[in-house]
Design a binder for this molecule. Structure first.
Ligand code: FAD
Length: 466
């Protein structure tokens, strides 16, 4: 007899891609097994989005307390108890992973804890602590996520050379920290540790910090990093290191000149790699592209229509909300709905100080695509709400098609940019014009008025700007 249990849908990976897919498939009446070898919630909840944002918040509190005197609020000297910060952060993570577990249960999803390997295009084996379990499925959703890339010359050792996972778990604030890689994860954590009390240096190979974002968006962040005492070196590569007297001495090449940077910890954040190697893909007749990602169509199907791939292992931006959206699409396609990954744009956010948030095309991307554009801009220095919270740095920029006024992109650097971009994403998704946004009454005094005013600037009618 066949020892495999028959099940309609198997989901491998319980991150924001997989757990959302499992819940949605169950809502649509499917019998679902979700397999994860680790804690539910994936990278995002356990060692990504959530713990990093908790740490960033704690760091912001410390920094605000240090500067409270500037607006007349006297606080004694600020002390960071990193152990307590970690305890609080862990509590937040536990609440959320517990919530995921309850939701899965409430929807009747069977959760199996173990390592899944595909055996065929309709079969998966799970290595559990207490033995093996086999499933035969009608459909499978692969959502195994990603892990940090290691630089061969700086292997993670958990002591001096850390990945983001280990940095997020530090129970002491290192006096000095070198961050290799000035992408969003490096800058978010670098900023947080600087505010918690570390002397931070960031090195980046590219010409600009945050490669992928327009340099105009990162200028304010760079200025604030300087104020925080963070040194940022671009066109700089980390070459080698030596551990001596309890410190790590790193040789870097700054635009052709060698320099040594001494630190207590090195944080390596040079990218992430999809977890596709040990999944048994070849046994299911699947393969990956040259960068290790699984290619999918707009319905999140691999070349085998019964097997779907979503989230960080599938091509596209490695972001939690992209993973979740694909999870919903995959589950709905399996249930026979006419669902598709048909989005105008996926927003991206960098939780630096101030935050950067973008949706849609940048000015240069729009021009490359052949659009004639009108650009509107509004500075937070002219926004009442931003001044009342002492956060007047940055701006909101709106890129519109000159011919139709339809919004092509919105880019925000400033307070709560992460929250503000939601309205812009909705506007883009609905095909709104700059006029639609500027004619919409926005509440006063709020940061949202900056989007309305930037849209008005596209029309040449901004009131609060000369
Ligand atoms: P993952 O979350 O990686 O989950 C995959 C799951 O699959 C894991 O639980 C793993 O245990 C399991 N698994 C893997 N292989 C197997 C196997 N063979 N068998 C069983 N289980 C397996 N994104 C944002 O959108 N916003 C942010 O602010 C943000 N901040 C981040 C900060 C940091 C420090 C990091 C590292 C990432 C951040 N991300 C952020 C990225 C985000 O975490 C990922 O895009 C997201 O987690 C991807 O979701 P996923 O479901 O594809 O995979």
């Amino acid at each position: 007899g066949d020892i495999a249990q028959e099940v309609e849908v198997v989901v491998i990976g319980g991150g924001p891609g997989g757990y959302v897919a499992a819940i949605r498939a169950a809502q649509l009446g499917k019998e679902v097994v979700l397999i994860d070898k680790d804690e539910l919630g994936g990278v995002c909840l356990n060692r990504g989005c959530i713990p990093s944002k908790a740490l960033i918040h704690a760091a912001k509190m410390a920094e605000h307390a240090r500067h409270a005197g500037e607006i007349g609020i006297k606080v004694g000297s600020v002390e960071v108890d990193m152990g307590e910060v970690q305890g609080w952060k862990e509590g937040v993570v536990r609440k959320l992973t517990g919530g995921v577990s309850s939701l899965l249960k409430a929807n009747g999803v069977t959760v199996v804890n173990g390592n899944a390997v595909l055996m065929a295009d309709n079969r998966v084996a799970v290595e559990k602590e207490n033995g093996m379990e086999y499933f035969k499925f009608e459909h499978c959703i692969l959502a195994t996520g990603s892990r940090p890339v290691q630089i061969p010359s700086f292997p993670f050792d958990g002591e001096y050379i850390l990945s983001s996972t280990e940095a997020l778990a530090l129970t002491d604030v290192p006096p000095t920290m070198l961050v290799i890689g000035g992408g969003y994860i490096g800058l978010e954590l670098g900023t947080a540790f600087a505010k918690l009390g570390s002397q931070v240096t960031v090195v980046e190979m590219a010409d600009y910090l945050l490669p992928g974002f327009e340099p105009s968006l990162t200028q304010t962040v760079k200025k604030n990093l300087r104020k925080l005492g963070v040194e940022t070196l671009t066109q700089t590569g980390a070459k080698s290191y030596e551990i001596r007297d309890g410190k790590i001495h790193v040789t870097v090449d700054v635009k052709g000149e060698a320099r040594t940077i001494t630190a207590d910890k090195v944080l390596v954040t040079v990218g992430r790699r999809p977890n596709t190697e040990e999944l048994g893909l070849e046994q299911a007749g699947l393969s990956v592209n040259e960068r290790g990602y699984i290619e999918t169509d707009s319905k999140c199907r691999t070349k085998n229509a019964k097997i779907f791939a979503i989230g960080d292992i599938a091509t596209g931006p490695m972001l939690a909300h992209k993973a979740s959206k694909e999870g919903v699409v995959a589950a709905e396609v399996i249930a026979g709905h006419a669902a598709e990954m048909d989005v105008v744009a996926i927003p991206s956010v960098v939780f630096t100080d101030p935050e950067i948030a973008s949706v849609g095309l940048s000015e240069s991307e729009a021009k490359e695509k052949g659009y004639e554009v009108t650009v509107g801009k509004f500075p937070f220095a002219a926004n009442g709400r931003a001044l009342t919270t002492n956060e007047g740095d940055g701006f909101c920029q709106v890129i519109a098609d000159a011919e139709t006024g339809v919004l092509l992109g919105v880019h925000i650097v400033g307070p709560e940019a992460s929250a503000l971009i939601g309205e812009a994403a909705l506007a883009l998704e609905m095909g709104a014009t700059a006029d639609d946004v500027h004619l919409t009454v926005h509440p006063h005094p709020t940061l949202t008025e900056s989007f309305m005013e930037a849209a008005a600037d596209v029309m040449g009618v901004a009131v609060h700007m000369a």
